[in-house]
Structure formats: C-alpha cells, structure tokens
Design a protein around this ligand. Structure first.
Ligand code: ACO
Length: 331
C-alpha cells in the first residue's frame, strides 16, 4: 500500500511586521479589542510589488531544500490561495515559472481557509496513483492589498496577515505513516457570510467604477455567523474523525487547527473536553493567513522540535464557502 508522506516543509513571511497598535493608527480599533477577541498581536504585510507567487516561491524553495530534492524534481504543483496574483491565469503557473523548472502540471485551489487541507487531499490522491513522485503543495496569501483599513472595514482588516507555507508530498511504502485520512466538506448556502463581491460575472461588464465606489472589492463578513458555524463544524468534524477512524483523544499528539481566531479554537477544545494546549497556535504573530496558516504552523512546530516520528497530528480547518474538513497525519 502506498501512502503519501511529507518529505519536506518550508514557510515564509514577508519581513514587515504590523502590530495592533499600528492598525489603531489607521482606524478606530485598539490592541485590547483585537487581542481579546482574536488572540492576534501582530501580522506580516508584503510590500507593494510583492505577489502571492513570490511568497509561495520562498516557502517552496525551503520545502524543496528540506526534502533534499531539487526544484526540477517537482512533478506537480498545487497552490491554494484566495489572493491570487491575477484573476487569471492561475498563480500555480506563476510559481512554476519562478521556480525555473520545466513544464509540470499546475493546479490552483480556491477553497480559502480550507484550501491547504483540500490541496493536501488532492496531492495525496495524486501520489497514491503512482503517477507523481514529488507534489509541491503550497498555501500562500497576500491579504494586505485587499483589506479596507478604514473604520468601515475594521472588523475584517484586523484579522488577516500575509505569508506562505509549503510541503513536498512523496510516496512511501509504509502503510502506518503519512496522510492516513482526510474528509472534506462544503456548504455553499452560507457563501454570502464571508466573501468579496468584486467579481460578478453575471453583470456586463462584471466590474464597474460603481463597484469600486461602493467598496465591493473589499471582503464582507458576518463575523458572528462565521464564528458560530466554525465552532459547530469543527467540533462535529473532530468527533466524526475519531469515531470513523476508531481512535481517541489520547492517540493524538497535537491538533493543528486553521489560525482564524484563538477563541474559536479554544471553544472547540472546551466543547470536546480536550486540553486547550493540544491546539497549537501561532496566529499571535501572523494573524489569519488563510491557505498558508496550516503549513506555516506545521513548519514552525516541526522546526521547534515538537514533532517526533510516530506522532499523530489532527489537522482541522473551516473557512469561507463555507468549507471545512479534517485530516490525520502520522509523522
Ligand atoms: N476594533 C474595534 N471595534 C470593532 C472592530 C475593530 N477592529 N471591528 C468591529 N468592531 C465593533 C463593531 O462595530 C461592533 O460595534 P457595535 O457593537 O457598536 O455595533 C462591535 O465591535 C462588535 O463587537 P463584538 O460583538 O464583541 O464582536 P465579536 O465578538 O463578534 O467579534 C469578530 C468580532 C472578532 C470579527 C468575531 O465575530 C470573529 O472572530 N468572527 C469569526 C471571524 C473569522 O474567524 N473569520 C475568518 C474565518 S474564515 C477564514 O479564515 C476565511
């Protein structure tokens, strides 16, 4: 039986740090408000001229080096983002070009905060067919260009940060290691609760000056609805994972959750009756980096020496769409 394993990991955040106090200088908010409601203290923002594919490139280079392969060994690129370089073509193609490798398959995944989990699942399936040896799975975001730093957009603008994380997925003959399980969901009826309305292809033309005047290019969010559904779905998906896989909390070393809001993850832990410490966090320093959050956290956890061979990780995510899911990974 072939499993896919993470052969290498890497992450990258742009150097510029933006604190909650910095944001309070731009809009009516405060460090106290942001910290108590989200757990976020600072985030990184890319400078003008930096693309999503640039952050993806740095994270990918690190993952490729960690895997002990060269960029030319990558035979499939999956890139998850909600902040692509352009409307089209896909940002995965931009990453392939920047890696300076011969033509390979490139796939963009647009599943927001669950994007990395979706990409991991697709990458796993590709590896297990035997057709691909080194699938580069990347989550990358440049949110800072698409946030409204006025009072009107403050509920969303304080949450997000820029960054990228990547893994190289390769086949392993060991049936007990690697991605053991994943389950994904989407429920589109809640799409309006968290979205950007700038592209509306049903209108001719789809983009007008009025759209910009009405600030449709900025995201809109019903925060309480997102919060409520995130908690419900994450608790449900953890319970389903344990039940269907015949495991218990004691089998799991860490939960690697999407980094949207620390309160969401703490409430999920509390409702499950699990210790909050099992849920790892780095959103304090990066904010919500959407598709990048899980590989960024995984890379940091691994580099901090916290993961040993044989450890079982439970990965969970919830995001716009709504989309959500879980995965079990044995290190
Ligand atoms: N600073 C200060 N005040 C603010 C800010 C801000 N940045 N943003 C909103 N407010 C005000 C509102 O205007 C409102 O004021 P009002 O009561 O006078 O009308 C008040 O704060 C709302 O306060 P609360 O009800 O206490 O806000 P809440 O506890 O709902 O927290 C938050 C808001 C943090 C957005 C919360 O709803 C949340 O985290 N939701 C989930 C959002 C999320 O995780 N999104 C991303 C997940 S999906 C993905 O990652 C793509």
């Amino acid at each position: 039986m072939v499993r896919s394993v993470i052969k290498g990991l890497g992450s990258y955040v742009p150097p510029k740090v933006v604190t909650n106090d910095d944001l309070a200088g731009l809009m009516d908010t405060s460090h106290e408000w942001i910290l108590t409601r989200t757990g976020i203290e600072e985030r990184h923002f890319a400078e003008e001229g930096v693309y999503c594919s640039d952050l993806a490139l740095e994270a990918s280079r690190r993952a490729i080096a960690d895997a002990g392969i060269t960029a030319g060994d990558v035979d499939f690129i999956i890139l998850a983002t909600l902040s692509p370089d352009h409307h089209f073509p896909g940002t995965g193609c931009g990453l392939q070009d920047k890696l300076e490798i011969p033509p390979v398959a490139c796939l963009d995944v647009r599943n927001q905060c669950t994007g990395f989990l979706y990409s991991l699942t697709v990458g796993d399936a590709l590896v297990r067919t035997g057709a691909y040896q080194n699938v580069l799975v990347v989550g990358a975001e440049v949110h800072s260009s698409g946030l409204d730093f006025t009072n009107q957009g403050r509920d969303v603008a304080v949450l997000f940060g820029d960054g990228a994380g990547a893994v190289v997925l390769s086949p392993s003959p060991d049936p007990d290691r690697g991605l053991l399980y994943s389950k994904l969901y989407a429920e589109g009826k809640h799409a309006k609760a968290l979205c950007a309305n700038v592209w509306d292809i049903s209108r001719k033309p789809y983009l007008t000056k009025e759209d910009l005047d009405q600030r449709r290019h900025f995201p809109s969010m019903d925060g309480k609805t997102v919060f409520k559904h995130a908690v419900t779905r994450l608790v449900e998906t953890v319970k389903n994972t344990l039940e269907t896989q015949g495991i218990s909390r004691e089998d799991i070393k860490y939960v690697i959750p999407h980094q949207a809001n620390m309160r969401i993850n703490q409430i999920v832990a509390d409702r499950l009756g699990w210790p909050r410490e099992m849920f790892l966090h780095n959103m304090q320093r990066y904010g919500n980096t959407t598709a990048a959050s899980i590989p960024l956290l995984l890379d940091e956890t691994y580099r901090n020496g916290m993961i040993s061979k044989g450890d079982l990780l439970l990965v969970i995510a919830f995001g716009a769409g709504f989309t959500w899911g879980s995965a079990l990974y044995r290190w």
